[in-house]
Design a protein around this ligand. Structure first.
Ligand code: 3PG
Length: 209
């Protein structure tokens, strides 16, 4: 599975994860997997990120762990070495594109404007992250993008909730959505892994295209 297209079609929701510790990462990754979520985006927002990717990648044969919040080209090779199978970035630069290619890391780059989209298309992307989705226009913006860019598919992320996810997923140009609602801060603080599994089950049962 070397293409973003194959990865984003493994489930309707990609959880965006930031772990305080490698141990927390392992518990949460297990809990998400138990709830049927197979694709995880573990971000580099915390120092535990890279090691959490390494640990989560080894949890189950059918788990696909990616690296999130790539903000520097050099993150691509580091994350690939740790076991990441794909990368997600909030935006896109040519250097980042090249670094992902050189590292052999399929990239889901972020876009927010028509110019961002033109750059992504020029570089060959057919699936992009729309970030921050809710704040940048939400459903109406995705519907408006469909006119000039019918060839492009989106993974909207940012401000999406369990309640709004189905409406995003019903759009013809949305393949999956991303979000952090499967790992509420209170559940993590209370080490309530069953709650994470419950939220993951709800997310994995949502309909996707
Ligand atoms: C991201 O980086 O993709 C977002 O921070 C996730 O957004 P959310 O926390 O609003 O779901």
């Amino acid at each position: 599975m070397n293409k973003i297209e194959d990865i984003v079609r493994l489930g309707p929701v990609i959880p965006v994860l930031a772990f305080d510790s490698v141990e927390q990462g392992e518990h949460v990754s297990r809990a998400l997997h138990a709830g049927g979520v197979k694709v995880l985006e573990i971000t580099l927002r915390t120092p535990a990120g890279l090691q959490a990717i390494e640990r989560a990648s080894q949890l189950a044969p059918d788990i696909v762990v990616g690296v999130g919040t790539i903000t520097k080209p050099e993150h691509c090779a580091l994350a690939k070495k740790a076991g990441a199978r794909f990368g997600v970035s909030p935006g896109l630069t040519k250097d980042m594109h090249k670094a992902a290619e050189d590292a052999g890391l399929p990239l889901l780059p972020g876009v927010m404007t028509p110019t961002d989209i033109l750059v992504a298309l020029e570089l060959g992307y057919e699936i992009v992250k729309f970030f921050p989705a809710q704040q940048a226009g939400g459903i109406a913006m995705l519907q408006a993008f469909h006119g000039p860019f019918p060839m492009l598919k989106f993974c909207p992320t940012g401000g999406i909730t369990a309640e709004t996810a189905p409406t995003f997923l019903a759009l013809p140009n949305v393949v999956c959505v991303g979000g952090s609602w499967l790992t509420p801060k209170a559940a993590l603080a209370a080490q309530n892994w069953d709650e994470v599994t419950r939220l993951a089950r709800g997310a994995s049962e949502l309909a996707a295209h």
